[in-house]
Design a protein around this ligand. Structure first.
Ligand SMILES: Cc1cc2nc3c(=O)[nH]c(=O)nc-3n(C[C@H](O)[C@H](O)[C@H](O)COP(=O)(O)OP(=O)(O)OC[C@H]3O[C@@H](n4cnc5c(N)ncnc54)[C@H](O)[C@@H]3O)c2cc1C
Length: 544
């Protein structure tokens, strides 16, 4: 059996950063197990390929959530990357870190070293920011290129003018001192190509010669000796593929993401005893918090029909699409270099006393049934609105002892009363934005939720009918002190009560942050790489 210092399960956003940092020491040997294939498919690298990989089962786990109490009887689709780069290879490329208070809250929950001033140096170390930004907050020398949307669209400009007409200021850098305001989105795109965690971190690390990346390698169980994790069992070639084992002399690192990390812990006998026993799994280590606490951003998409101007909907059809393909091939610019959202807006619902608690995005396009994946034929524009720090929590639990069966995903969207109030406030603001004076030359009529929707109850009913995930699940292996009943890992990301095992990915977030999760997941991994190596933490930011 092969033995490495570290075995990393999952080459996603976190796994790729970890691999890069841990392999800096030439004497360290690392094995990375990735269930999906290499990231060779062109749709991964072409920004507009997002719309294709969204449903492409060869690189996507394509999970389906359970019907929730407030999802109008619908099971909401939950895409997840299954290839090198993980979800960063199929995501919407947006770079958004979150607010100071997100991380200060993590620290207040008992996690030393995770306050904003502690984590800011790691965000900076990862990043190669090209464009505006104060170097107090932005990094210029890291592997992860971050650019600003360079497509200047009249509808986007009118939307931003509309926001300003409502008192929302223009903010040139929402990843700087203050998040609130409106601006073009910042993206992990370089020269018209996606910058995934694999292209930025994993592929350069593979050049070092001490990294063994195994694709199509689906981890089915963590192996233990007593309370110590010593290796991983995996199958190559699917459910009926060959069984292999690999040993870790130092640590097993679980970076399978918010749905799969708790699933693999549970399959390996780590979790709530009743759940494990109900599936005939022997309890290796009772840990009630595994899989519990799932949070996500739930978003209705408000749509208006557009007149007097072309939107992306018509520009991506027929002969025009061929023209766009040629443009991208020769210049790396044009429609195919765009992200699914183009303008970002952060503002207050008025329902909480917190700093901005609403995130809204604008796209001069609209999608069938309000779900990203297929553009509509008629000209349309969309404002997606969501509550940044929801209170509702759900869970991820194994459905069976078969590692190839998707786990039960119940996010319990909108079950907290506050979440329902904020989501309604977000939809009302979306309507005001779409109806603002600067957008009036282009605004034809509201398609969703529609002019008949006027009361809070009607807005809420519309939200439950058409809201979807924004693909930001987290918090299923939460970081917290040993005496917190919900905690799965400590503030060094070691699983409580076990040895040689850490969880490092979006699942360790103790509370949802006010951002898309890719940037902070990579930050978590970068900081964890110093914890693993026993290195002194980067000096906390001062005077900010
Ligand atoms: C469609 C979509 C759009 C998104 N848009 C954005 C965006 O624009 N901006 C943003 O910041 N965030 C976005 N996100 C979210 C962001 O990409 C994720 O939060 C982030 O990538 C999570 O990183 P992770 O390391 O926790 O998990 P992942 O990146 O999902 O990595 C987990 C990896 O583990 C592998 N794996 C899982 N189980 C096993 C197993 N048993 N054996 C072996 N390998 C396994 C998976 O195949 C995967 O490669 C989006 C996500 C999606 C799906």
């Amino acid at each position: 059996m092969d033995t490495f210092d570290y075995v990393i399960i999952g080459a996603g956003s976190a796994g790729c950063v970890l691999t890069n940092r841990l392999s800096e020491d030439a004497s360290t040997r690392i094995c990375v197990l990735e269930a999906g294939p290499r990231d060779w498919h062109p749709y991964i690298h072409l920004p507009a390929g997002f719309i294709k990989t969204f449903h492409m089962r060869s690189v996507n786990w394509a999970y389906q959530q359970e019907v929730g109490p407030w999802t109008g009887g619908r099971s909401i689709y939950a895409p997840r990357g299954k290839t090198l780069g993980g979800s960063s290879s199929i995501n919407g490329h947006i770079y958004n870190r979150g607010q100071r208070q997100d991380f200060d809250t993590w620290a207040q929950l008992g996690n030393r070293g995770w306050g904003y001033c502690d984590v800011l140096p790691y965000f900076k170390r990862l990043e190669r920011r090209i464009g505006e930004g104060d170097d107090t907050y932005r990094g210029r020398e890291g592997n992860l290129t971050v650019t600003t949307m360079d497509w200047k669209d009249p509808l986007c400009e009118a939307f931003m003018a509309g926001a300003m007409s409502l008192g929302i200021p223009r903010n040139t850098d929402y990843n700087g001192a203050i998040q609130e305001g409106v601006s073009y989105a910042q993206r992990t795109i370089k020269n018209g190509l996606r910058v995934s965690a694999a292209t930025a971190f994993l592929h350069p690390a593979r050049q070092r010669g001490n990294v063994d990346v195994r694709t199509h390698a689906h981890a089915t169980e963590i192996m233990f000796e007593g309370k110590r994790a010593v290796g991983v069992r995996y199958r190559r070639g699917g459910k009926n593929g060959t069984l292999h084992e690999v040993r870790a002399a130092k640590e097993v690192i679980l970076s399978g993401g918010t749905y799969n990390s708790p699933q693999l812990l549970q399959l390996s006998g780590v979790g709530a005893p009743e759940l494990l026993q109900s599936h005939g799994i022997a309890v290796r280590h009772a840990l009630a918090g595994v899989g519990e606490g799932l949070q996500d951003h739930y978003a209705p998409r408000s749509v208006a029909r557009v007149k007097n101007i072309k939107t992306i909907n018509e520009r991506r059809q027929g002969i025009r699409l061929i023209g766009e393909a040629l443009k991208w091939a020769t210049t790396r610019r044009g429609l195919l270099s765009l992200s699914p959202t183009m303008v970002y807006c952060f503002w207050h619902s008025g329902e909480t006393t917190e700093s901005s608690d609403l995130q809204l995005t604008f796209t001069p396009a609209s999608y069938k049934e309000g779900v990203q994946g297929a553009l509509e034929d008629l000209p349309g524009m969309t404002v997606t609105s969501w509550q940044q720090r929801p209170e509702s929590r759900g869970y991820v639990r194994i459905r069976s002892s078969d590692p190839f069966t998707q786990p039960i995903i119940q996010t319990n969207y909108l079950t907290a009363e506050l979440d329902r109030r904020v989501i309604v406030a977000g939809m009302k603001l979306a309507r005001r934005l779409l109806k603002s004076e600067p957008l009036s030359p282009y605004y034809d009529h509201e398609d969703f939720p529609g002019p008949d929707v006027r009361t809070d109850e009607e807005f809420l009913a519309a939200a439950t009918k058409r809201g979807t995930t924004t693909f930001h699940p987290g918090c299923t292996c939460r970081m917290g002190p040993a005496d917190a009943p919900w905690a799965v890992v400590d503030d060094q990301l070691r699983v409580h009560g076990l040895e040689g095992l850490r969880v490092i990915d979006a699942s360790i977030m103790p509370r949802m942050i006010s951002a898309n999760l890719n940037a902070s997941t990579m930050m978590i991994a970068d900081k964890a790489s110093d914890l693993i190596r026993g290195k002194r933490a980067l000096e906390a930011a001062a005077g900010i």
